[in-house]
Design a protein around this ligand. Structure first.
Ligand code: ADP
Length: 675
C-alpha cells in the first residue's frame, strides 16, 4: 500500500479522499490555487502545495505542475477525485511516465469511453443494449437529418465529447432539425473543442439508473448495485438514491451484468459508473460510462457498508477487490441531496458569498471502513466550513447531505428532517427547494423520471408566503433581548436602578414601539408594548398577544406568543434577522429608525454593504471631504433603502461601485480615510 498520495482536487471530494487515506494511515498532499489558500481541503491534508492562480486551467487542470508536486513531495500515487483531471487520459499517461500511480482506470479505458459515440459502437459489439440511434462517424448535416427522420421524433442530439448535460438538444420534429444541429455543434465546439454529434431516440419519461462497477488488476469485475438519479434539473442530478425504487431482482442482475460486460469490454480497472436510461416499463439502454468516482458514490457506500475510496486505493496498489459479488448485499435505503449555493427561484443562478453561519444537522457519525457496523443516519460530505467562501471560480456546491434509513420511507423522513435542520446564512441555497422536492408527492411516491421537477413546477415553486407571526415574534424577541443585553451589561452594578433598565418602563404609561421588518416580498409592521414581565406583541393588524422569552441560549430562542410556545434559531447579520423555525428560513430586514452614522459599520476605514443589494445612489465623490454622518451611498436591498454614512469626519479615498451595480453582502463600497 502507498504511504503517501497526492489529491489532485479541491472541495468535498478532496476532503473525502483525505478522510479515508488518514484512516488507512496514508499521508496526503493537497494542491491548491491562490483562491483556496485557506480552504478546508488544505487544512485536512498533511501537506499542501500552491499550484497557481484561481482559474482552474492555471491550477487544478495543470497536470504537469501537479506531477511535479507529487515528485517533490514523495507521493507515490495521485487521486484525481471527480471533474478536473479525473477523466483525462493524457494526464493518466503522464503520471505513468513520471513513475506515479494514477488512482483510476487505465488511460486506454478512459479513451474508449471518452467519446459517447465510440463507446456506443464498442457497447454494441459487447451486446450491451443501446438507445436506437445513430452514433457513427458520418457528420454530414443532410445525412444526420435523414438519420433523425429514420429514428422518429422526438430525437435527442448530443455532443459526442459531451458531459454535464452540455450540448444536448431535443428535437420535436423534422423542421427543427437544421437549427438544432447548428446550435448543438456550436455548443459542442465551445465546450469540448469537438463538434461531433450523435442522434438518438428521445425517451419519454425516462429514469436515469446507473450501476457502480469495480474491477481490479487481477481480472475481477463486480457491480455494487444501482443508483437512481432521475431527479435532475437541466440534465444535472439533484437527488440520488440507492437502491432504485421498484427494481425487481432479475432486472437488477441484468443491469449489473450488462454494466460488468461494458467494463470488461474496455479492460476496466478501478471504480466506474455505467449509466443507463430506463423506460417506465423497465427496458434499459446504455448511455455512457463515467470512468471515475461519482459525486453520488456515498449512497452506494451506505447501502453496501463499503468505503469506495479505500477500494480505489487497494486496487490501485495492486490488491484484489475486497469483496466478491456474492459477498455484497443491499442493506436499507440511502438518499443524497446536493446542497448548492444557488437560487432556485431565479433559474438556479449560482450565488457567491461567505458562509457567515453554517448549522448542520446533528448525529453525523458515519464510520468509513470495510467493517461498518451500521451506517449512521446522517452523513455530510463537505469541503467548506463556517466562514469559508463560495467563489465564482469553482462549482458552487456547499455539501452533500446523505441519509440512510432501514427503508425508503425512513430515509425520506430523515432527509426532510436533516434539511429542516440545515442552517445557512450568507448566500442563497437550494435547501428549501430540496425540502419541497423530498416532501412532495411525486418523489415520496417514487413517481420518478427525469422530468419530475418540470412536471411538478407549480408545487415546487409556490408563490412566496408571508412570514408567520411566530417568525416575526422570534425576530422581535431576539432584537429586544439583544438590546437589553448591550445596554444592561455595563449597568449591571446598578441593577436596582430603574433608569438603567431597558424594559421600556415609563412613568405613567407603558412604552409602545413599532418594529418594521421586511422580506423580499412583504413589509411587516409589528408593534411591541413593554410590560413589567413581558411584552405585548402584534404583527400588522392582528390583535396583540402576550410575548415572552422563555429561554435563550446563544442564538436559540424559545418564546411564548399567546398560548403558543415556539423555538427557533435567530441570527442577526447587520440589520437582517435570519429566523430558522419549523424547518423554514425567514430573512427579515429590520428598518432601524435610530440607525445613524455613528453606528454604521466601518472596518479599517472601509464601508461595507450590510446585505446583498443594488447601489441606487452615490452621493460622494473621490477626494471629497465629508463630515461624520454625511450620507455617502444609498443601497437598495430587501425592498428597503439603506444609507451608508460617513462614520467619522474624513476624506473619500475611492468609490468602488457605481449606480446600478449589484454588490455582494459585506462588499466594501468605498474606501475612506479618517481625518
Ligand atoms: P452528459 O454526459 O452530458 O451528462 P448523458 O448522456 O449522461 O449526458 O445524459 C444526461 C441526461 O440526459 C440523462 O441523465 C437523461 O436525463 C437525459 N438523456 C440522455 N439521453 C436521453 C434520451 N435518449 N432520452 C431522454 N433523455 C435522455
Amino acid at each position: 500500500m502507498f504511504t503517501k498520495i497526492l489529491i489532485a482536487n479541491r472541495g468535498e471530494i478532496a476532503c473525502r479522499v483525505a478522510a479515508t487515506a488518514r484512516r488507512m494511515g496514508i499521508k496526503t498532499v493537497a494542491v491548491y490555487s491562490e483562491a483556496d489558500a485557506n480552504a478546508k481541503h488544505v487544512a485536512v491534508c498533511d501537506e499542501a502545495v500552491l499550484i497557481g492562480p484561481a482559474a482552474a486551467k492555471e491550477s487544478y487542470l495543470c497536470g504537469d505542475k501537479i506531477i511535479a508536486v507529487a515528485k517533490a513531495t514523495g507521493a507515490q500515487a495521485i487521486h484525481p477525485g471527480y471533474g478536473f483531471l479525473s477523466e483525462n487520459a493524457e494526464f493518466a499517461d503522464a503520471c505513468a511516465a513520471a513513475g506515479l500511480v494514477f488512482i483510476g482506470p487505465p488511460a486506454s479505458a478512459m479513451r474508449a469511453m471518452g467519446s459517447k459515440s465510440a463507446a456506443k459502437q464498442l457497447m454494441e459489439k459487447a451486446n450491451v443494449p443501446l438507445v436506437p440511434g445513430y452514433h457513427g462517424e458520418q457528420q454530414d448535416a443532410d445525412f444526420l437529418h435523414a438519420q433523425a427522420d429514420k429514428i422518429g421524433y422526438p430525437v435527442l442530439l448530443k455532443a459526442s465529447a459531451g458531459g454535464g448535460g452540455k450540448g444536448m438538444r431535443v428535437i420535436e420534429n423534422s423542421a427543427q432539425f437544421k437549427d438544432a444541429l447548428a446550435s448543438c455543434k456550436r455548443e459542442a465546439i465551445s465546450s469540448f473543442g469537438d463538434d461531433k454529434v450523435l442522434a438518438e431516440k428521445y425517451l419519454q419519461r425516462p429514469r436515469h439508473i446507473e450501476i457502480q462497477v469495480f474491477a481490479d488488476t487481477l481480472g475481477n469485475c463486480i457491480y455494487l448495485f444501482e443508483r437512481d438519479c432521475s431527479v435532475q434539473r437541466r440534465h444535472q442530478k439533484v437527488l440520488e438514491e440507492a437502491p432504485a425504487p421498484d427494481m425487481p431482482a432479475e432486472r437488477r442482475a441484468a443491469m449489473g451484468e450488462a454494466a460488468v460486460a461494458a467494463a470488461r469490454a474496455v479492460g476496466y480497472v478501478g471504480a466506474g459508473t455505467v449509466e443507463f436510461i430506463a423506460n417506465q416499463d423497465g427496458s434499459f439502454y446504455f448511455m455512457e460510462m463515467n470512468t471515475r468516482l461519482q459525486v453520488e458514490h456515498p449512497v452506494t457506500e451506505m447501502i453496501t457498508g463499503t468505503d469506495l475510496v479505500e477500494w480505489q486505493l487497494r486496487v490501485a496498489a495492486g490488491e484484489p477487490l475486497p469483496k466478491q459479488q456474492h459477498e455484497l448485499a443491499i442493506k436499507g435505503h440511502a438518499i443524497e441531496a446536493r446542497i448548492y449555493a444557488e437560487n432556485p427561484e431565479k433559474g438556479f443562478l449560482p450565488s457567491i458569498g461567505t458562509l457567515r453561519h453554517l448549522g448542520t444537522p446533528g448525529a453525523v457519525s458515519f464510520e468509513l471502513g470495510g467493517d461498518v457496523v451500521a451506517p449512521a443516519a446522517v452523513r455530510i460530505d463537505s469541503g467548506v466550513r463556517e466562514g469559508d467562501a463560495i467563489s465564482p471560480f469553482y462549482d458552487p456546491m456547499i455539501a452533500k447531505l446523505i441519509v440512510w434509513g432501514a427503508d425508503r420511507k425512513q430515509a425520506l423522513a430523515r432527509m426532510a428532517q436533516a434539511l429542516a435542520q440545515y442552517q445557512i446564512v450568507g448566500l442563497a441555497t437550494n435547501i428549501a427547494f430540496l425540502k419541497r422536492l423530498v416532501e412532495g408527492q411525486a418523489f415520496s411516491a417514487a413517481d420518478l423520471d427525469t422530468g419530475l421537477i418540470e412536471r411538478n413546477h407549480d408545487s415546487l415553486f409556490p408563490a412566496a408566503q408571508p412570514a408567520p407571526a411566530t417568525a416575526l415574534a422570534l425576530a422581535a424577541a431576539a432584537l429586544l433581548a439583544g438590546e437589553s443585553r448591550t445596554v444592561a451589561a455595563p449597568a449591571a452594578a446598578h441593577a436596582a436602578d430603574p433608569w438603567s433598565h431597558t424594559t421600556g418602563w415609563r412613568m405613567n404609561q407603558s412604552y409602545a414601539r413599532k418594529l418594521a421588518f421586511a422580506d423580499e416580498h412583504t413589509a411587516y409592521d409589528t408593534f411591541v408594548t413593554y410590560r413589567a414581565e413581558d411584552w405585548l406583541f402584534s404583527a400588522s393588524s392582528a390583535a396583540p398577544q402576550a410575548l415572552s422569552l422563555a429561554t435563550h441560549n446563544g442564538n436559540d430562542y424559545s418564546i411564548k406568543l399567546g398560548d403558543q410556545a415556539t423555538h427557533g434559531t435567530v441570527l442577526r447579520d447587520g440589520d437582517v434577522f435570519h429566523v430558522f423555525a419549523n424547518g423554514a428560513h425567514y430573512q427579515l430586514a429590520w428598518n432601524d429608525p435610530m440607525a445613524h452614522a455613528g453606528e454604521t459599520e466601518s472596518e479599517g476605514g472601509r464601508l461595507t454593504a450590510p446585505m446583498p443589494g443594488k447601489v441606487v445612489s452615490v452621493l460622494a465623490s473621490k477626494g471629497q471631504e465629508v463630515k461624520k454622518g454625511e450620507p455617502l451611498v444609498i443601497m437598495e436591498a430587501m425592498k428597503m433603502e439603506h444609507t451608508i454614512a460617513a462614520p467619522h469626519d474624513g476624506v473619500i479615498d475611492d468609490i468602488l461601485y457605481g449606480v446600478g451595480d449589484q454588490v455582494a453582502d459585506g462588499a466594501p463600497l468605498l474606501a475612506f480615510k479618517t481625518a
